[in-house]
Write a protein that binds this ligand. Sequence first.
Ligand code: ZN
Length: 448
Amino acid sequence: MEIEFIPVGGYGEVGKNMSLLRVGDEAVILDMGLYIPKVVSFDEEGGHKKYVSVNQLIDYGIIPDHRVIEKYKHMVKAIVPSHCHLDHALAVPYLASHYKAPIISNPMTIEIIKTALRDDDIKIPNELKKLNNNSSIKISKNIEIELINITHSALQTAIVAIHTPKGTVLYANDFKLDSTPVLGQKPNYKRLKQIGNGNVLAVIVDSIYSKSATKTPSEKVARQMLKDVMLGTENSQNGIIATTFASHIERIKSIVDFSLKLNRKPIFLGRSMMKYIEASEKCGLTKLSSHADIVGYGNMIKKRLKKFKSQKRDKYTIICTGGQGEPKAVLTKMLNQTLPFKFEKEDNVLFSNQTIPVDINIENRAKVEERLKQKKVRIFKDLHVSGHVSREDMRDFIKMTKPRAVIPCQGDSSMFKSFETLAEEMNYKPGKDCFNLRNGDKVMLYEN
Ligand SMILES: [Zn+2]
């Protein structure tokens, strides 16, 4: 039996993650994601993904070029997104119907995919199958899929274990090792160690922070930063506007908790916030809407913002997107008066995120900050910790799982190079059992 790994998207770039693992004459697709900076520029140019062909989306760089796995198409038994982030799950509406296979993922991810399909009125024939983390399903003669619970900046993130008769492959794309998450379960270290009994053929590892010589701090640290700012600065007369990633429910929970401590009602503004909160509530992970107002759509947002004029500013906290300076985000619209909100001197704007380091985001974010400074608001930046493993976490993960081979994923060539030096420190050899791959390459993990 041959076991072959083929990277499709996210190798040599950060985004549009997708890979294929072939096990004999069967195969499984891991992740099917979007390339977010391209989505942003496409939207800004007035494009609509629904009205262009799949090949055009590929050529524009929005979705992975899955033509490199065309000859394996008939082998695919399942499509398994590892978590609900756009760059891992939301190319499903455009690519999944090409394969006669169910989409299998945890409830949160399936809910987000359903919402995306509904929003864009796209129908796909694939069955959407929920599988809880820390459980498994046999999808074909030779493949069993197990979702192992892990921590990340999205709830219910999984490391996907692909069990075959010749050993296990672990797909660990986007994760951190956080033993004290604010919400959700801890990493299932026990199961990872159990699997790491010498039978792991390969691990595919999130390498975006392979240069960062540390252990990524727990989400608890970001919570403490928010606490210091929200409860420890003078803001009793002023507005608080907090931005974070819509999908970061753990972070959102901290902002809500401290708002309530200040006797301020949390008001969520924007469609993406609403989507992720609704999905998390449907999955029984949060009850945010019982303490907060959630206003998703344009006209309703305008109405709600007008109502603020008659309310004292210490009665509410606005929570919205805009940390990347995106022109269509609520914060930007409030600043350019597309939405009726008046920033006042010494209002507090909290950025509970980090700017994703691509040019368009850096420029957009700088513009937003400049405008905020003109309005003399107080800016609190970088109230954030990453959702990705750092170099020393990677080392622990590899030690824990004892794979015969390691493959970096989700990174550019310098990130992969840095991962390679870590692997060499751990006695892996480039080209022999550490594979620095690019989209469309192939590597045989087992043959006889
Ligand atoms: Zn992610």
